[in-house]
Design a protein around this ligand. Structure first.
Ligand code: PMP
Length: 398
């Protein structure tokens, strides 16, 4: 009898489980579309030139590594604020945004969740059905009851917007609603700007607490375009949370670079909120690591490197869109008669393919094409070499 006798084995992470199965697969044509990672046309994880240049400059003048301030590198936090809200925006200019460096987007979400639990212990959390799996787990772990609002409409191959709106309108005041700012994961379906206006009106009317998850800024239609939703929330006079991730947009997955920004009513409130966010950080991991934040700050705050980043990010975005089109064309050429053009209306890294669990299992076992059981495929892992095999394989199971 030990302290741990009653400890149960937790279920395996479904995506990591897929990765293990993929690694063990001996099929020479195997393709991993299960991951949420961008690969270049050679199937390689890119190391961006802007990152290499920033790191080169750091290596040339290495510095000692003291502790960072609890809320991270000041120049980093300032760069995040400017990126999320606009450098000349009223919230930034008036100093009413509290921003802290976080351990990836996940860390930003968790700091926000912990702070919210202290602030509104009885609030419920609403996430989309479906959502990024960790949304539910993370807010549950922070002590919240997590429920879903309608989102994906399989029959329509799109968003059940009426259902979503009705659920928001019916939610009790104070409910925390987690919204994907762009590039919805896992479906790839975003709502339109006009629909965002309706969501914002509903959130305001029902006095909900919006938490915008911005994990893919620049992967949809552009940095400004993807960030436009933030401006809409600001214009509506709302206070809200935004988590930022640079994992994808800088291809810095393992550096854990992200942030949490909280838009407050005024500067004084922002200072008080910041002081509370710092307690969440201090009692979890004390202060963030230096390297990733320093790289991102160096790039965002240097006009030349920033321009290079925007160019490289645009290349990733354009390549994903090209792969979506190639997938639609390739499926047609492979004999798929049903209309697959919805793949090009989706946005970001993922596509909900509409394939059933049985079809996804067949794709995996017979053809070495790995996506999740829900039918999600990472189009950012398609390339000119594997697309033909993927199209042929899907055509055989459809
Ligand atoms: N939110 C969403 C919707 C995501 O898809 C992800 C990454 N898969 C994250 C947050 C977390 O990003 P990070 O890896 O930076 O923690």
């Amino acid at each position: 009898m030990s302290l741990f006798t009653a400890v149960e084995m937790a279920p395996r992470d479904p995506i990591l489980g897929l990765n293990e199965q993929f690694a063990a697969d001996t099929n020479p044509n195997k393709v991993n579309l299960g991951v949420g990672v961008y690969y270049d046309d050679n199937g390689k994880l890119p190391l961006l030139e802007c990152v290499k240049k920033a790191e080169g400059a750091m290596m040339a003048a290495p510095s000692a590594r003291g502790y960072l301030p609890i809320d991270g590198i000041a120049a980093y936090d300032a760069a995040v604020k400017s990126l999320v809200f606009g450098a000349d925006s009223e919230p930034v200019q008036s100093g009413r945004v509290a921003t802290v460096q976080g351990l990836g987007g996940t860390g930003g979400l968790k700091i926000g969740a912990d702070f919210l639990k202290k602030l509104s212990p009885g609030a419920k959390v609403l996430i989309s059905d479906p959502s990024w799996e960790n949304h539910r787990a993370l807010f549950t772990q922070a002590g919240f009851t997590v429920e879903t609002h309608p989102y994906y409409d399989a029959a329509k191959r799109g968003v059940n917007f009426e259902g979503m709106l009705a659920a928001l309108k019916a939610a009790p005041a104070g409910t925390i609603v987690v919204l994907h700012a762009c590039c919805h994961n896992p479906t790839g379906y975003d709502i339109t700007p006009a629909q965002w206006d309706q969501v914002i009106a509903a959130v305001k009317e029902a006095r909900l607490t919006p938490f915008l998850d911005m994990a893919y800024q620049g992967f949809g239609n552009g940095i400004q375009e993807d960030g436009a939703v933030i401006g809409k929330f600001v214009a509506a006079g709302l206070t809200f949370f935004v988590s930022t991730s640079f994992s994808k947009s800088f291809s810095l997955y393992g550096e854990r670079v992200g942030a949490l920004s909280v838009l407050c009513e005024n500067k004084d409130e922002a200072a008080r909120v910041l002081s509370q966010l710092k307690i969440m950080i201090r009692t979890n991991y004390s202060n963030p690591p230096i390297h990733g934040g320093a790289v991102v700050a160096a790039v965002l705050n240097n006009p030349e490197l920033r321009a290079l980043w925007e160019k490289e990010l645009a290349e990733m975005r354009v390549r994903i869109k090209a792969m979506r089109q190639k997938l639609v064309d390739g499926l047609k050429a492979a004999g798929v008669t049903q209309d697959m053009s919805f793949i090009t209306t989706q946005i970001g890294m993922f596509s909900y393919s509409g394939l059933s669990k049985e079809q996804m299992v067949r794709l995996r076992n017979e053809f070495g094409v790995y996506g999740t059981d829900t039918g999600r495929m990472c189009v950012a892992a398609l390339n000119s070499k594997n697309i033909e095999h993927v199209c042929q394989s899907i055509a055989k199971v459809i």
